[in-house]
Design a protein around this ligand. Structure first.
Ligand code: HEM
Length: 126
């Protein structure tokens, strides 16, 4: 049986990821439509969600049997969050950075794939 703490952290990490993705997409859409006030609201909530996302993932590092390969996943996760923040700041500053935007979306998908590939994660959600 999977220890409860692992199940708890996986659930927490997954919930934070869902929240992060919803907030990131919302902030993107609202900023791009010029609805800056509500975009700001989503963006600040997103900033508040970075830390629990990092903590839930960071604690999983020590609990997964894939140590130390999992550092690749952790580095990808951290970079994804940094790129999300920089990408939103490009939009706020009306900077057109299509390649950086592509890189950000690529990192999100890449991190999701890595998260699913490493075996602890979703497989313990029985
Ligand atoms: C500093 C940030 C992050 C760290 C340190 C981190 C670390 C981890 C670790 C250690 C695991 C366990 C992997 C396993 O053995 O199965 C994991 C799982 C996962 N991560 Fe992250 N992660 C971070 C951010 C993210 C972000 C931003 C995303 C999505 C874009 C993401 C998506 C996933 C997914 C889908 C899983 C598999 C389900 C799970 O175990 O909860 N992570 N992460």
């Amino acid at each position: 049986m999977t220890p409860q703490i692992v199940q708890f952290l996986v659930t927490a990490h997954l919930s934070m990821i869902v929240l992060l993705l919803i907030l990131f997409v919302s902030a993107n859409i609202f900023y791009q439509k010029g609805k800056n006030r509500i975009g700001m609201g989503a963006h600040y909530t997103l900033r508040g969600a970075y830390l629990p996302g990092m903590i839930s993932g960071g604690l999983l590092i020590g609990l997964t049997p894939d140590f130390p390969a999992i550092f690749l996943k952790a580095a990808a996760g951290l970079l994804t969050l940094i790129f999300m923040e920089i990408h939103l700041n490009h939009i706020i500053g009306s900077e057109h950075r299509p390649r950086f935007a592509f890189l950000t979306y690529f990192m999100i998908v890449f991190t999701l794939v890595l998260g699913v590939v490493f075996p602890v994660g979703i497989s313990v959600m029985e």
